[in-house]
Design a protein around this ligand. Structure first.
Ligand code: NAD
Length: 418
């Protein structure tokens, strides 16, 4: 990762790229480049040895014109105010591009969860939930998981909120365990939309996914589920990486067995079906048909983009390309399925979870997957129509044209207050 590019500046430059194709006032665009508010808080938490430690945490509420703020909570040592602001903005445009009735938000705590016990992480999470309580709510702001958080943390936040509010409101947060009000299909939803949009992109380009080779960077929730579903669609997974490094087998390997190995040992490197060990950069520049970046922001910079050999990149991660990398790949004719569509399955099934929570009526996994498929395919079709209508060479710009117009319309229809 380059680490040099500020993700908030990336978001703003993506908006600028699309603005010229839109029929909205300059003031409206400027407003859509900044968050409405950002909470910064210092959590004081007791550790297992009786000492206390302070943790910095953020929640950015970027835009609420289309509905309540919605977006995950990340635990990572590199979390920063600007990263959270960028991620909250991407959520706005993600929800708009798939047409679900939410604005965008995002939160994060500056912490390396590997350094703390489960009991300490629970206290950190409950401290954050207590700070968030006045700002979140089923019609206000609905958090969800992101990097290094999952069902366990969501259950703790729900429990803290419900206890303090003396109520039952599972829809205050999504990504919960099924028994705590979670939805079927949520865990694999991000990987599923990545796989569906990859399939649609191959169709659009006249290529055959069942003959495709795939490399995946980041083998967590988003990456590994994308690999599993792409394999079910007939593609061959030849490489994958996690923070321990990369594995490669030109003949392909079983993505489920690779995940089982990672679960057992904590890393992919060493997996017996791998014939060669690669760096994470080498995984991104392999001679494959499809690359899935599914780790963190800025995984591919301008220099690395020159070395990319794939025809298609589907961004399971948020913001994996720097703006320079995006320009290089567009010039080189690589089709990039943008993050705000490729990984929108996560928030779409979060939306289904919220709908089910509010109705107290739960759907089958089959229904969840069918509704998700319909929303993602419709959104991909709208993107392709916009590419043709505006004669665009970037699917990302097309996605922002669709999304910004929807948010701007909602803002202009509502008028300004005060
Ligand atoms: P995760 O914590 O489950 O997995 C992250 C993976 O990336 C891990 O396997 C980790 O080892 C690996 N990784 C970290 N640094 C790496 C590096 N330098 N090279 C290679 N691998 C590296 O996280 P996740 O939930 O899968 O999220 C991954 C990305 O997907 C993030 O950008 C996140 O914002 C995005 N995303 C996730 C969801 C979701 O529902 N989980 C939804 C939308 C977007």
């Amino acid at each position: 990762m380059t680490g040099e590019t500020n993700p908030f500046e990336s978001l703003q430059s993506q908006i600028d790229d699309a603005a010229g194709h839109l029929d909205v006032g300059e003031g409206v665009i400027e407003r859509l480049k900044h968050p409405e508010r950002v909470l910064e808080t210092t959590l004081t938490v007791e550790l297992d040895d009786g000492s206390t430690e302070l943790f910095t945490a953020f929640r950015s509420q970027f835009n609420g014109d289309r509905g309540p703020y919605k977006g995950g909570i990340r635990y990572h040592p590199d979390v920063s105010r600007d990263e959270v602001k960028a991620l909250s903005g991407w959520m706005v445009y993600k929800c708009a591009v798939v047409g679900i009735p939410y604005g965008g938000g995002k939160g994060g705590i500056v912490i390396d969860p590997d350094d703390y016990s489960a009991a300490e992480l629970e206290r950190v999470t409950r401290a954050f939930a207590t700070e968030l309580r006045p700002f979140i709510g089923v019609d206000k702001d609905i958090p969800a998981p992101d990097v290094n958080t999952g069902q366990r943390e969501m259950n703790w936040i729900k429990d803290t909120y419900e206890t303090l509010e003396n109520t039952t409101e599972p829809g205050v947060i999504t990504g919960k365990n099924i028994s705590s009000g979670g939805s079927e299909g949520r865990v694999e939803a991000t990987g599923r939309s990545t796989a569906i949009t990859s399939r649609e992109a191959f169709d659009y380009l006249g290529m055959d996914l069942s003959e495709a080779t795939v490399a995946v960077q980041g083998y967590g929730n988003a990456g590994w589920n994308a690999a599993k579903l792409l394999e079910e669609m007939g593609a061959t997974i030849v490489a994958a990486s996690d923070s321990s490094g990369g594995i490669y087998n030109p003949d392909g390997f079983d993505p489920i067995a690779a995940k089982a190995y990672k679960n057992e040992t904590g890393q992919l490197v060493g997996y017996e079906e791998s014939t060669e060990r690669l760096t994470t950069e080498e995984v991104l520049t392999l001679d494959v048909d499809l690359v899935i970046p599914a780790a963190l922001e800025n995984a591919i910079d301008g220099e690395l983009a020159e070395a990319v050999e794939a025809d298609v990149i589907a961004e399971a991660a948020n913001g994996p390309l720097t703006p320079r990398a995006d320009d290089v790949l567009t010039e080189r004719g690589v089709f990039v399925v943008p993050d705000i569509l490729a990984n929108a399955g996560g928030v779409t099934v979060s939306y289904f979870e919220w709908v089910q929570n509010r109705q107290r009526f739960y759907w089958s996994e089959q229904r969840v997957n069918e509704e998700l498929e319909a929303i993602i395919v419709d959104a991909f079709d709208a993107l392709v129509e916009t590419i043709d209508e505006h004669d665009l060479d970037s699917a990302r710009t097309a996605a922002y044209v669709v999304a910004l117009q929807r948010v701007a319309d909602a803002y202009e229809e509502a008028g300004s207050f005060p």
